[in-house]
Design a binder for this molecule. Structure first.
Ligand code: IPM
Ligand code: MG
Length: 373
């Protein structure tokens, strides 16, 4: 029997290309795993009306970890139009399966390292080493949304002085409301994860990225909680920065920052910015981590126009597999894999199109694999 049971979920588009690359590399390391295929993605929305079928949820309840490729998400109208005809007008609504996975399995920590590997021609600077901790289950992503706004909600909101100006000028069907819901526990857990990481790997600061001067309650809760947690870590300084200013500072002086922590939406935004500083989404790995399960996926999307062309840089996916090895406790193997990726980058002989080369996804993975046997 293999040591680990890993759910294998390529998903959509280039998800398949990069997962094939990951498999090649994991096999070359002789990682002792049984891979169990999980259906997920756009195809299952169109055919079954569910992008994350029950059987996949069951599978995830019975594995050590999951690797996931990429997912396609489309806006409401397009999603409805692509449903099989017999499933239309049944009130089915599309919700991104990765967001559902995060919420269903309480994968509350989204870990997104963005490190400039020496010799990557796409590095913005050579001395960048950022790690984003993004809260993964709350905030504007909870999906508690209304359009039109129900009468009962409007009545409740009428008690709030700021609601009046909306209903004076608009019909309820012309107003959309998305709730931003954040909890003290959610804030505390993500900030603690960030501080624990900073402590373990020797980062001197943790920067909380929010907007408490305007969004006083939700961003405020995050920053107030961050201050409480920071008091438990005397050696590490808490920096507080607004999301807009953070974007500016990250472009100006990214080398001054280390661990960043943010709520779901701001974390989503800032993690793409950080990714671009170290070569773009082709280099950005991520882990959705819960207490019992963790699902590892590259930060990039499914890029449907490149699907099946094996053009995509698999580095993000390979570094994602590295995060999985770390989480499983295979830290030496994780380091071996990261070193092989770093050596391949610095050698510069095999490069995908984003790095100015013409090698394929598989050729790059093979170059990494050759360093691992
Ligand atoms: C990410 C992606 C997802 C998100 C999308 C695909 C739903 O952008 O993982 O950052 O917004 O969380
Ligand atoms: Mg994103």
């Amino acid at each position: 029997m293999a040591k680990y049971r890993i759910a294998w979920m390529p998903g959509d588009g280039i998800g398949n290309d990069v997962m094939e690359a990951a498999r090649l590399v994991l096999d070359s390391m002789q990682f002792d795993a049984e891979y169990l295929h999980g259906d997920i993605g756009w195809e299952f929305w169109c055919k079954e009306g569910d992008a994350l079928p029950r059987r996949t949820i069951d599978l995830l309840g019975d594995v050590d970890a999951a690797l996931f490729g990429a997912i396609t998400s489309k806006p409401k109208e397009e999603a409805h139009a692509e449903l099989a005809s017999e499933l239309r007008d049944k009130g089915l609504t599309y919700q991104s399966p990765i967001v559902r996975l995060r919420q269903t399995f309480d994968l509350a920590t989204n870990l997104r390292p963005c490190k400039a590997y020496p010799g990557n021609p796409l590095n913005y600077r050579e001395d960048i080493d950022l790690v984003v901790f993004r809260e993964n289950t709350e905030d504007l992503y909870v999906g508690v949304e209304y359009h039109p706004v129900p009468e009962s909600l409007s009545e409740e909101l009428t008690k709030h002085p700021r609601w009046a100006r909306f209903i004076e000028k608009n019909e309820l069907e012309d107003i959309a409301v998305s709730l931003r819901i954040n909890t003290r526990n959610g804030c505390r857990n993500i900030v603690r994860a960030a501080f624990e990481y900073a402590k373990q790997f020797g980062y001197p600061t943790v920067t909380v990225v929010e907007k408490p001067n305007v969004v006083r309650e939700t961003s405020g809760l995050m920053v107030r909680t961050a201050r409480e947690v920071a008091a438990e870590y005397p050696g590490i300084e808490l920096w507080e920065t607004n999301i807009d200013a953070m974007c500016m500072w990250l472009v100006k002086n990214p080398q001054n920052y280390g661990v960043l922590v943010a709520s779901n939406m701001f974390g989503d935004i800032v993690s793409d910015l950080c990714a671009q500083l170290v070569g773009g989404l082709g280099f950005a790995s991520s882990g959705n981590i819960g207490e019992k399960l963790a699902v590892f996926e590259p930060t990039h999307g499914s890029a449907p126009k490149y699907a099946g062309q094996y053009k995509t840089n698999p580095t993000a996916m390979l570094l994602t597999a590295k995060l999985m090895l770390d989480w499983l406790g295979e830290t030496e193997e994780a380091e071996r894999l990261e070193n092989a990726v770093a050596e391949t980058i610095v050698a510069g002989e095999v490069r995908t199109y984003d790095m100015g080369g013409s090698h394929s996804t598989i050729e790059l993975a093979q170059a990494v694999a050759d360093r691992l046997v």
